[in-house]
Design a protein around this ligand. Structure first.
Ligand code: 7TS
Length: 416
C-alpha cells in the first residue's frame, strides 16, 4: 500500500516522494540521470508493484481456481482480488464484466473475432478514426476483409481533432460497430468520447473504446461513459506487461461466443458437446497471467491512492509547461495541437530525422520514442513519416522538461 502521507494531496503532488517509489528513476544512462519521457510506450513500475510480483512468486505461487490446498487458494484470492480492484477502478457495474487478457491489443482482437464475427456481414460497415493505433485498425481490417464489410474512417483536422460532423454522416443503418481511441498515442488528443458514444447509440451502434492511453491519466467511469467495451493494458498503468483488461457490458459478453478454447473456459466437455463456463471465465482460457493480474491490482491501488484527479491536474501542468518550452524552439513543429490533450507531445525538427533526434537525446540520458508510433495513418494525415514523441507521467518534473529543451538545442547544434 502507498503511505497515508499521500492522502489529501491535491493538484500539488509531492513529486519527489513519488519518484522515490520508482527505483528505475535512480538509474544512470551513460553516467547521466535517466530522464524517462516514454510513458506512453510503457510506464515505469513503483516498488509496490515490484514487491507484489516478488511476493507472489516467493510466497503464493501456484495455479488458481483448481486447487483445494491453501496455497492455491491464496493465489486465487490474489487473482480474483485484482479483478475486484479493476472493477472499482473503472466503475464497472458487475465483476463478471472484467476480463483479464494479455493486453489492449488482445482485448480488441477478442471483440473483433467474437462480437465482430457474429454481427458483421457482407455490406456492413465498421467505423474507426484517423488517429487510431494499429491495434485498433488491423483487427477490424482483418474482420472486414473476411466478411466483405467496409472500414470507414472519421477524419481529423490539422490540430488533430476528430471532425464530429463528418462522423455523424458516417453513422447509418449498415454500421455495426464503432472502435475509437479515448486518448491518441501519437498526437495526444483526448477525444470527446462521451458525445461520440451517445451519437453512436442513437443509431444503436455499440462502441469499443481503446483506453490504452487513458486509463493511467484520466478518471474512467465506464458506466457514466456508457461504452460497450473498454480495452487497456496493465503495463501503461504502472503494472506489469502481459496483462490487460477487456471491459464489456454483461449482456454483450453473454451473447458472444468464446474467443479461445481450453481449460477454465468450459463448464463440461464431451467429444460430442462442450458447454461453456460463465463470465468472466468463458473468455479466460488456460492458465492466465496470474502474477500479472496481481501486479496490476497493486498498480491500481497505487494510482487510486494518489488519485487520478490529482494525477491529471499535475500532468496537465506539465503538458502546458512542455508545450510552451518546445514551441519556443525555432524549427520545431508540434504535431497534434488539439484543445484537449493528454501529456503527449509529438514533434518534428526541420531538416533533422526523428531517429537522429532520439539518438542524440539518448546520449544525454533522455528517453523519447521516435518513429510512426504504430499510427501510420495519423502520420500520413500530417504528412510526416515519423515524429519524436515525449510522453509525460506524474513522476516527471519541469526540471526534466528543461533538460529535454537543452537536449533538443544540442541536437540542433550538432546538425547546424
Ligand atoms: N492503443 C493505443 C492507443 C496505444 O497507444 C497502444 C500502444 C495500444 C493500443 C496497444 O497496446 P499494447 O499494450 O497492446 O501494445 N501504444 C504504444 C505506444 O504509443 N508506443 O509503444 C506502444
Amino acid at each position: 500500500m502507498v503511505p497515508d502521507s499521500y492522502r489529501g494531496v491535491s493538484s500539488e503532488l509531492d513529486v519527489e516522494k513519488i519518484r522515490a517509489d520508482f527505483p528505475i528513476l535512480r538509474e544512470k544512462i551513460y553516467g547521466k540521470p535517466l530522464v524517462y519521457l516514454d510513458s506512453a510506450a510503457t510506464t515505469q513500475k513503483p516498488q509496490v508493484v515490484i514487491d507484489a510480483i516478488s511476493h507472489y512468486y516467493s510466497r503464493d505461487n501456484s495455479n488458481i481456481h483448481r486447487g483445494v490446498y491453501l496455497l492455491s487458494q491464496r493465489a486465487t484470492d490474489g487473482y480474483e482480488g485484482a479483478r475486484i480492484k479493476v472493477q472499482r477502478f473503472i466503475n464497472a457495474a458487475e465483476l463478471r464484466e472484467i476480463i483479464f487478457v494479455r493486453s489492449a491489443t488482445e482485448a480488441i482482437n477478442l471483440v473483433a473475432q467474437t462480437y465482430g464475427r457474429e454481427h458483421v456481414q457482407a455490406g456492413d460497415e465498421v467505423i474507426v478514426s484517423a488517429m487510431e493505433h494499429h491495434s485498433n485498425i488491423v483487427p477490424w481490417q482483418i474482420l472486414c476483409q473476411e466478411k466483405g464489410a467496409t472500414l470507414r474512417v472519421i477524419p481529423m483536422n490539422d490540430e488533430g481533432e476528430l471532425l464530429l460532423d463528418e462522423y455523424g454522416k458516417l453513422l447509418n443503418s449498415r454500421t455495426r460497430l464503432l472502435a475509437v481511441v479515448h486518448v491518441a498515442n501519437a498526437i495526444g488528443t483526448i477525444n470527446p468520447i462521451q458525445e461520440i458514444i451517445q451519437q453512436a447509440h442513437q443509431h444503436d451502434v455499440p462502441v469499443l473504446v481503446d483506453g490504452a492511453q487513458s486509463a493511467a491519466h484520466l478518471e474512467v467511469d465506464v458506466q457514466a461513459l456508457d461504452c460497450d467495451f473498454y480495452a487497456f493494458s496493465g503495463h501503461k498503468l504502472y503494472g506489469p506487461t502481459g496483462v490487460g483488461i477487456l471491459y464489456g457490458k454483461a449482456n454483450l459478453l453473454e451473447s458472444m461466443p468464446p474467443y479461445q478454447g481450453g481449460g477454465e473456459m468450459i463448464s463440461s466437455v464431451t467429444f460430442e458437446k462442450t458447454t461453456y463456463n460463465v463470465l468472466p471465465h468463458k473468455f479466460e482460457a488456460g492458465t492466465p497471467n496470474i502474477v500479472g493480474s496481481i501486479g496490476l491490482g497493486a498498480a491500481v491501488d497505487y494510482v487510486s491512492e494518489i488519485g487520478l484527479k490529482n494525477i491529471a491536474a499535475y500532468e496537465k501542468e506539465l503538458l502546458l509547461y512542455a508545450t510552451q518550452q518546445l514551441s519556443a524552439i525555432s524549427g520545431l513543429r508540434l504535431i497534434g495541437t488539439a484543445q484537449e490533450k493528454a501529456s503527449i507531445l509529438s514533434f518534428v525538427i526541420e531538416g533533422i530525422h526523428a531517429h537522429d533526434v532520439g539518438t542524440i537525446l539518448d546520449q544525454q540520458g533522455i528517453a523519447v520514442r521516435t518513429g510512426h508510433h504504430c499510427a501510420q495513418p495519423a502520420m500520413d494525415r500530417f504528412q510526416v513519416p515519423a515524429t519524436a514523441r515525449v510522453s509525460l507521467a506524474f513522476y516527471n518534473t519541469k526540471g526534466e522538461i528543461d533538460a529535454l529543451v537543452k537536449g533538443i538545442q544540442r541536437v540542433i547544434e550538432v546538425f547546424s
